[in-house]
Design a protein around this ligand. Structure first.
Ligand code: PLP
Length: 434
């Protein structure tokens, strides 16, 4: 296909008319994406890039997967939209596909994305328990709507604190422990004790939900130590609290399992999803609901809904994406990528570059925690991350960076060879950086 540099100029010019998320208006990102296919992107000059960001960690099956594109096209021609109260075959099939990948859950509530999935999960927990408070982690991101952004622990909460009933605690993170822990066992035990004390101090009977990401993603890909999620499950059971696991980023194969919590063998009451469920080809998210909570909504109506809930284009893309992931072994491939290519490759990079303080992750979900000094673990500052991003873009590598970290989060379909190319680019960029 043809690329026209003039389209790039025009895109940058028109971008002045767009106020971007989380941004001060004014600066224009020079990177204009003209096309995507698989793990590759092209700008309007025809320059090729390997996508190690999966955009916002959502294109799990890569860009323009033909089966999903075709399903959307077919659905658009057949029935492009329908009212949410209407019974629709595609919506039912999407729910069936989602429920087939998780044990012992009863139904799906569809939303437009991840934030409103979290919003509605919190609402369900509140209606189900008749209580208000929600405990979540400081190191977390749950989305940008009323309750979701107040449940968020990171800096994006600040400036948005208009919802009530949100309580935060520190989750486990051994490399930057809040608990003076030296082992994963200590970190787990002390984080659970901290969560328990916060709940006791706030009043256990005031909590509707404990809401955590199965693997905190934007916060740094913080794999929970063995037993942590199970410990939260027990805490929730003890006090009649609903356990909501946010799988918006970690779900649908990212960690090498369909859902990240399946590594931990824990049973959630509600699960939120979005992103990887259809790789974001059409905006969609939702809540997976267990039988006891569904039963609450047999007895009374759920006080909420959305015009586009279970949108046919979204539903068709979910069915096609999950079928493609199943038939092509994409989740198994993610597990292999992590265990055999990215895991060992990133560990080797850390041996060569002292700036890499810690490598953590699994599947296609990795973070490099960058430090000025391995002893003190002092995070690198924003200027270092800015320079690193530039060096990577110059080398045709699209990065995902957060705080002092580089997250290595390619589409799950990335070949071993492309992953090795990315590792070589990282090696080269780190050398150029220091
Ligand atoms: N929850 C988690 C764990 C996320 O990572 C995100 C987005 O990054 C969200 C919720 C919000 O999803 P959305 O941006 O689709 O509203």
């Amino acid at each position: 296909s043809t690329f026209d540099p003039a389209d790039g100029d025009r895109a940058r010019d028109l971008d002045r008319l767009v106020l971007h998320s989380w941004s001060q208006h004014g600066s224009v990102n020079p990177f204009t994406v003209a096309r995507g296919e698989g793990v590759k992107l092209w700008d309007h000059d025809g320059r090729e890039y390997l996508d190690f960001s999966s955009q916002l960690v959502n294109t799990n099956i890569g860009h323009s997967h033909p089966r999903v594109v075709e399903a959307i096209q077919r659905q658009a021609a057949e029935l492009a939209t329908v009212a949410p109260a209407t019974t629709n075959l595609r919506r039912g099939e999407a729910a069936e596909r989602i429920l087939s990948k998780i044990d012992a859950m009863a139904a799906v509530f569809f939303t437009n994305g991840g934030a409103d999935a979290v919003e509605n999960a919190i609402r369900m927990a509140r209606v189900h328990t008749g209580r208000a408070k929600v405990l979540s982690h400081y190191r977390s991101y749950h989305g940008n709507t009323g309750a979701a952004v107040n449940a968020t622990g990171d800096a994006r909460r600040v400036g948005n604190e208009f919802a009530t009933g949100h309580v935060h605690c520190f989750g486990p993170f051994l490399y930057r422990s809040e608990f003076w822990a030296e082992t994963a066992e200590q970190e787990c035990e002390r984080a659970l004790q901290h969560a328990r004390r916060v709940i006791e101090s706030e009043g256990p009977s005031t909590f509707a939900a404990i809401l955590v990401e199965s693997v905190p993603g934007t916060a740094g890909i913080l794999l929970p130590p063995p037993g942590y999620l199970q410990g939260l499950r027990e805490l929730a059971d003890q006090h009649g609290i609903v356990l909501i696991l946010d799988e918006v980023m970690a779900g649908f194969g990212r960690t090498g399992h369909w859902f990240a919590h399946q590594h931990d063998g824990v049973r959630p009451d509600l699960v939120t999803f979005a992103k990887g469920v259809n790789s974001g080809y059409v905006p969609v998210g939702g809540v997976i609901i267990s039988e006891p909570i569904l039963d609450t909504f047999r007895k009374r109506a759920i006080p909420g809904g959305l015009t586009y809930a279970g949108h046919p284009l979204a539903a068709a893309s979910i069915v096609a994406a999950i079928d493609a992931m199943t038939d092509e072994g994409i989740v198994e491939h993610a597990a292999h990528l992590g265990a055999d290519v990215l895991g060992p490759g990133l560990a080797e990079l850390a041996e060569r570059h002292a700036i890499i303080g810690e490598v953590r992750g699994r599947g296609a979900f990795w973070a490099l925690d960058l430090v000025t000094d391995r002893g003190t673990r002092e995070p690198v500052d924003a200027s270092v991350i800015g320079r690193l991003k530039g060096l990577l873009m110059d080398r045709g590598y699209v990065p995902f960076a957060a705080d002092n970290r580089l997250h290595v989060v390619p589409p799950l379909v990335m070949s071993d060879d492309d992953a090795r190319t990315g590792l070589a680019i990282l090696d080269d960029a780190f050398t150029a950086l220091t």
